[in-house]
Design a protein around this ligand. Structure first.
Ligand SMILES: [Zn+2]
Length: 306
């Protein structure tokens, strides 16, 4: 429910990537990684790579054509504080006074398609990080909520478990008339505060237990304990599991492979299949609850039969 094929800045690659970016090699590597994931029984990944993380659909299409894995793509913006300048002067009451252009852009990605690819986004993504509702973040989040109301597409919001910004997200989306049962609180799984997590779930939100392998934010054993405790309290219908991993992320430059292997050896697509599900079962989570989190909850989120 939250994996990236590539996290990649086009400007970074174009200006500084000659030492570490090999398009053909990385595409082949992504195809191999997704085929290997499919062999574990994972048939679909949900990829919230939007503007700010390097969304580039033609490359995703190339990869999707060569793997049996379905890749669901998103509309939205990945920003922690400041609005991109490209939206700073256009909008209600601004220099170019017009209806919110982000709503038109995001909803268009969902209803007519992204660029001229013919690929339509199936969900919306924004961030409410530790800085909270800065003017830019608030404008983006409200535009995402309006695009959700307009199109019916569900939302995934990146949140900070440390500042418990999931509550801010829930309040804002509620004000905008969003259906909270169609919202995933991304990175909720970085928290082990059961009151915070159950409080969100009680409002109908789905908890993104989505950074398995990123022990620096919350050790895997703690993540498992928290999910088992919530499942025991009846919340298996309000959680989804993921790694927030990627085939390649350009945050580490030329040191990519070494940095990732050293800092987060389990941060890859197969950790849940290989290690986390057995650990959840050993912690008392029922097989049916695992299926609920891996299959039924995602299907419900996208409006399919559970
Ligand atoms: Zn992510």
């Amino acid at each position: 429910m939250h994996e990236h094929v590539f996290v990649l800045s086009a400007e970074h690659v174009q200006n500084y990537g000659s030492q570490w970016w090999d398009e053909e090699a990385r595409v082949a590597d992504a195809i191999a990684k997704l085929r290997s994931l499919h062999a574990k029984g994972i048939t679909t990944i949900v990829d919230p790579t939007v503007w700010g993380l390097g969304r580039y659909i033609p490359r995703i299409q190339r990869i999707a054509e060569q793997t049996p894995v379905n890749i669901i793509v998103a509309a939205g913006l990945y920003v922690y504080e400041e609005l991109p300048q490209q939206y700073a002067y256009r909008g209600p009451g601004l220099l170019l006074d017009m209806p919110e252009p982000m709503v038109a852009d995001f909803a268009g990605d969902i209803t007519t398609g992204i660029g001229d690819t013919g690929v339509r986004a199936a969900f919306l993504k924004c961030c409410i990080e530790a800085p909270g509702l800065t003017p830019g973040v608030e404008r983006i989040a409200r535009a995402v909520a309006k695009a959700h109301v307009e199109t019916g597409a569900p939302i995934c919001v990146h949140t900070s478990a440390h500042t418990q910004s999931g509550r801010l997200a829930a309040d804002l989306f509620e004000q905008e008339g969003a259906d909270l049962t169609r919202v995933v609180i991304g990175h909720a799984g970085d928290s082990n505060d059961l009151d915070y997590l159950a409080g969100l779930a009680d409002r109908g939100l789905t908890l993104g237990m989505d950074r398995f392998g990123l022990d620096i934010f919350n050790p895997g054993s703690e993540r498992v304990k928290t999910i088992a405790a919530l499942a025991a309290r009846g919340y298996a219908d309000r959680m989804v599991l993921s790694h927030d991993a990627s085939c390649f992320i350009d945050y580490f430059g030329a040191a990519h492979d070494a940095a990732r292997a050293a800092a987060a050896p389990n941060w890859h697509f197969e950790h849940i299949s290989d290690d986390v599900i057995p650990a959840l079962l050993a912690a008392g989570v029922a097989r049916a609850q695992v299926a609920q989190m891996m299959i039924a909850n995602p299907a419900r989120y996208f409006g399919g039969a559970a």
